[in-house]
Design a protein around this ligand. Structure first.
Ligand SMILES: [Zn+2]
Length: 247
């Protein structure tokens, strides 16, 4: 499977857990021999400004995060574009799903997923999109940015029980009429991470269900990294999702 990545994502750009040293390495160590890498390119300012306000973008510049956040957003655009034709994962950071038009929190700066979906839509590459956010935390930024756009369906499953979580995903996934399914792939719902719920094999099940839903729709699918903070298991859970997604 293709994985969009850049060595600059190894840099620890702040002191938050998403920026922690060793986090990207934890994933690379597990997946690098099993995937092919595509180098991430930064998103253009226009692509970022299509969803974020000028004052928010200037704020991100002032705090010195613009370069890495634009690279993550660009990586998401590439993952979504490749995803139209074949499964793809964006191994990117900082994460994005808590970023709204004029504000961001929760280790996020620009909304990578929303920027990617919006770009495909503006370029006429998709008509309808579906976003499955499996991060432990509700993707409020994505909802704020895309929730009122009629072409996107957003789902944030939530449960303290893994069987119920998987059932919610299964029930929500489309069977027709969607051109792209994007997974906001946070791994902090994992049993050995902050959420304490999802088992490793659940990530494979979710990846496989998304693949089958996309096939049923005749559309594409991709995932981008959001949260996930236990470096001991992060790579294995990520690999489990990729195994399910693999064509
Ligand atoms: Zn999270």
């Amino acid at each position: 499977m293709k994985v969009v990545y850049h060595k600059d994502f190894l840099e620890s750009y702040t002191f938050d857990p998403a920026a922690a040293e060793g986090r990207i390495e934890a994933i690379l160590d597990v997946i690098e021999k099993k995937v092919s890498f595509v180098e991430a390119l930064p998103a253009s300012r226009d692509d970022i400004a299509a969803l974020h306000t000028k004052s928010h973008i200037e704020h991100i510049e002032r705090i010195g995060i613009y370069k890495i956040a634009a690279l993550a957003a660009g990586g998401a655009i590439q993952a979504a574009t490749i995803g139209l034709k074949e499964p793809c994962f964006g191994l990117i950071r900082p994460p994005g799903h808590h970023a709204s038009a004029n504000s961001a929190w929760g280790f996020c700066y620009f909304n990578n997923m929303a920027i990617a979906i919006d770009k495909l839509k503006r370029e006429g590459k998709i008509e309808k999109a579906f976003v499955l956010d499996i991060d432990l935390h509700f993707g409020d930024g994505t909802v704020n940015l895309l929730g009122e756009k009629k072409y996107v369906t957003l789902v944030n499953p939530s449960s303290s029980n893994s069987v119920d979580f998987i059932k919610q995903v299964e029930k929500a996934l489309p069977t027709e009429g969607v051109d792209i399914i994007g997974i906001s792939a946070g791994f902090d719902y994992a049993r050995e991470d902050w959420g304490g719920v999802l088992k490793r094999e659940d990530y494979t099940t979710i990846g496989r269900m998304v693949k089958e839903a996309a096939r049923s729709c005749g559309g594409g699918y991709f995932a981008v990294l959001e949260g996930g903070y236990n470096h001991q298991v992060l790579g294995y859970n990520c690999m489990a999702l990729l195994e399910g997604m693999a064509a």
